[in-house]
Design a protein around this ligand. Structure first.
Ligand code: PGA
Length: 257
């Protein structure tokens, strides 16, 4: 992965309502990506809108992602599930696993690690969401974060580690009115890299891309990139506002130099 290139992932969640809106949103984001070559832009539409949202042609810094994937491998009798094989066949390159909204519905470190494995086995890149539910003054949340990352990565062979992107998303900052303070983002992203260095090698720690997510918008994105010194952003609400997301991308591109 090119460490100088910044990454912005748009997690559309359960938006927008129609195929046509998805197409329009994708088209606008693709056009913006064409002018911002120093930023990798990943759009993650809801499953039924992934295929319609894929433009006929798009620049190499524009990527298609999915918001989740089944923890079942292969295909088979699993009603309502979407397999990694299907996503790969659609043209998906990145898959979000372990988002806190999924964890809140019962996804555990163990099931997240199964999803992660399925994504890697299909040659796609996982965006692994981690983050504490609350912060305590004593710093016990750091231990929790460390365990969450270690458990989730427990079965990842070293050769696959370079494909993994981590999205650090403190749960309390998701869907909130304010993002985490950029200084704290910097500190915690270093902590995440240190865990990778400990679990794998120092080199892996340096090279692992760490994104920040939680109430990022066009206004705070530049400062989060600059002071937070993260490798990119995972964006929810602002990613389905065409003009807001394009402004956010421009702000990131400016900081990426
Ligand atoms: P938000 O969501 O940007 O709307 O806070 C972020 C996320 O859930 O990934």
């Amino acid at each position: 992965m090119d460490m100088n290139k910044k990454m912005v992932v748009g997690n559309w969640k359960m938006n927008p309502a129609t195929i046509e809106e998805s197409k329009q949103l994708s088209k606008k984001i693709k056009a913006a990506a064409e002018d911002l070559k120093n930023v990798d832009v990943v759009i993650c539409p809801p499953f039924p809108f992934i295929y319609p949202a894929i433009p006929k042609e798009y620049p190499e810094n524009f990527h298609i992602g999915a918001q989740s994937v089944s923890c079942k491998a292969g295909v088979g009798s699993h009603t309502g599930e979407v397999s990694a094989i299907m996503l790969k066949d659609l043209g998906v390159e990145y898959v979000i696993v372990g988002h806190s909204e999924q964890r809140a519905k019962g996804d555990s470190d163990e099931t997240v690690s199964m999803r992660l494995k399925n994504v890697l086995d299909q040659g796609m890149k996982p965006i692994v969401c981690v983050g504490e539910a609350v912060r305590d003054a004593e710093g016990a949340y750091l231990e929790g974060l460390k365990n969450q990352i270690k458990n989730t990565l427990a079965n990842v062979p070293k050769k696959f580690v370079k494909e993994i992107v981590i999205a650090y998303e403190p749960v309390w900052a998701i869907g909130a009115t304010e993002a985490m303070r950029p200084e704290d983002i910097y500190e915690t992203s270093l902590f995440v890299k240190k865990i990778f260095a400990d679990v794998f090698t120092p080199d892996v720690g340096v090279k692992t891309k760490v994104l920040y997510g939680g109430s990022v918008n066009a206004i705070n994105a530049g400062e989060i990139m600059f002071t937070g010194k993260v490798d990119g952003l995972l964006v929810g609400r602002e990613s389905v506002s065409p003009s807001g997301f394009v402004d956010l991308l421009k702000a990131v591109a400016e900081k990426a130099g």
